[in-house]
Ligand binder design. Structure first.
Ligand code: LLP
Length: 432
């Protein structure tokens, strides 16, 4: 569910017409719904209420300070993967003691920073990393809380680029090696073994792979718990969202349709996993990113040109793959809606950006209303892995971001300028 709806033919985010925002802030423009963010967090938090738990929002999915603040105010913890993300959480007013630090390549300075700030746990992805954390902690005279990331070797049946829990992936420690590494870690003086972590992939649309992974890892967790007095078990993120029919199906009762009945909800997730997790008596951590932020954001863009070739109708818009790379990178589907609802002719169209690559498209052969220069479109479900994956490719400035709360809207990131892009570069001193 989300709060992007047509009101009198105008697409709104909560109580604000997106066209008003496009005029005021320009395009391309990311717009986030605060209410959607908070409600998604609350849904998962409530579903997991029967166990001691902490929802740690995956900062990588959307790291805008205003988004992080919204979640911190809801009581969220954070899953971070760099010193930069920890700095963001702190700048947003979040609590470092509710942060879990993941990632296969933590540097010494990142480990130092996280130790000084007192993160809840380092989710460790190799024995070499364990040694390094122990050494850094020793130098700082601190005890580092750690959890090993178990790779359960379970196929998540998701896109190859976002599968993480099989031995084909670089992530985690092979299931069979985990116990021996805990035993060696227990001998390292500056570590405290605090938990166990796993994450099998992203955009999972059924609960079965989660259940399979939890069932597989559970006996191991119990053995480790008995030996090392662990405190938590993190079951990772990965809850998928609906990218497809939602609003565009036009069905006001979309949530009662057959497609909707099959989707993965926090209730289904909790109903299947809680009976397995509850007997452990451990604190359960989750690291959802997309589930919370995905449908809470849209990318608004403007049609610059309409171009008809022999075969195709191209809508050339002012957003591009540098703003939202998911269609180019993962063949991802993003629903596309005009900001002003149109009736009449439907034309099969490709929505493409101005970048000089054929991969720079948002959709191909999509039935869309007849649109012309100056019309605005919204790319839905762009709140996760949207702005955070943006780049300056083709020297295109990063888009602006806006947060909406009811009838209020605030710019939460100013549009970058070309001057800012050039500011850090210089000509080599020996140039003629
Ligand atoms: N925890 C760990 C250890 C992760 O690696 C990830 C995502 C998450 C949590 C959050 O996953 P989520 O709940 O958002 O599915 N850029 C890709 C997704 C990459 C996901 C990377 N890891 C996309 O646009 O689909």
């Amino acid at each position: 569910m989300h709060h992007f709806h047509y009101v009198e033919k105008k697409l709104h985010c909560e109580g604000v017409a997106l066209e008003t925002l496009a005029r005021k802030f320009g395009t391309p423009l990311y717009v986030y719904s605060q209410r959607t963010l908070a409600e998604h967090f609350q849904k998962l938090d409530r579903a997991m209420a029967p166990v001691d738990h902490l929802v740690c929002f995956a900062v990588k999915s959307n790291s805008n300070l205003a988004v992080l603040r919204t979640l911190a105010d809801e009581g969220s913890g954070f899953d971070i993967v760099s010193g930069g993300e920890l700095a963001r959480v702190i700048a947003a007013g979040g609590d470092a003691r509710k942060c879990v630090f993941a990632g296969v390549g933590k540097t010494t300075s990142e480990i130092e920073f996280a130790l000084r700030r007192g993160v809840y746990s380092f989710n460790v992805e190799s024995e070499a990393e364990l040694q390094r954390i122990n050494a850094v902690a020793g130098r700082l005279k601190k005890i580092a809380p750690v959890a090993l990331r178990v790779n359960p070797n379970v196929d998540a049946h998701t896109h190859a680029k976002i599968t993480t829990g099989t031995y084909e992936n670089k992530f985690g420690i092979a299931f069979e090696q985990v116990e021996a590494i805990y035993a060696r870690a227990a001998k390292l003086k500056n570590l405290r073994l605090r938990g166990v972590q796993m994450h099998i992939g992203s955009q999972l649309t059924s609960v079965a792979p989660f259940e399979q992974a939890v069932r597989k890892v559970l006996p191991l967790v119990q053995r480790l718990q008995a030996k090392y007095a662990l405190e938590f078990f993190s079951i990772g993120g990965g809850l998928g969202i609906v990218y497809d029919p939602a609003l565009a199906s036009g069905a006001a009762n979309w949530w009662q349709t057959k497609a909707a009945k099959n989707i993965l909800t926090p209730q289904k997730y909790a109903t299947r996993l809680l009976p397995l997790l509850r007997p452990l008596g451990l604190k359960i951590l989750m690291e959802p990113g997309r589930f919370i932020s995905g449908n809470a954001g849209v990318l608004v863009t403007r049609v610059e040109y309409v171009k008809r070739t022999g075969k195709k109708n191209f809508l050339i818009v002012d957003a591009a793959m540098n703003d939202l790379i998911r269609p180019a990178f993962y063949d991802a589907h993003h629903e596309i809606l005009p900001l002003t609802q149109k009736s009449g002719a439907i034309i099969s169209s490709d929505v493409v950006g101005p970048i000089c690559e054929s991969g720079d498209y948002f959709c191909k052969d999509r039935p869309l209303p007849k649109l012309g220069e100056g019309d605005h479109l919204a790319l839905l479900s762009a709140g996760a892995y949207g702005f955070v994956m943006a780049s300056n490719y083709n020297t295109r400035p990063l888009a602006a971001e806006v947060l909406v709360n009811g009838r209020k809207a605030a710019g939460v990131r100013r549009r970058q300028t070309v001057k800012e892009i050039l500011a850090d570069e210089k000509i080599a001193p020996w140039a003629k």
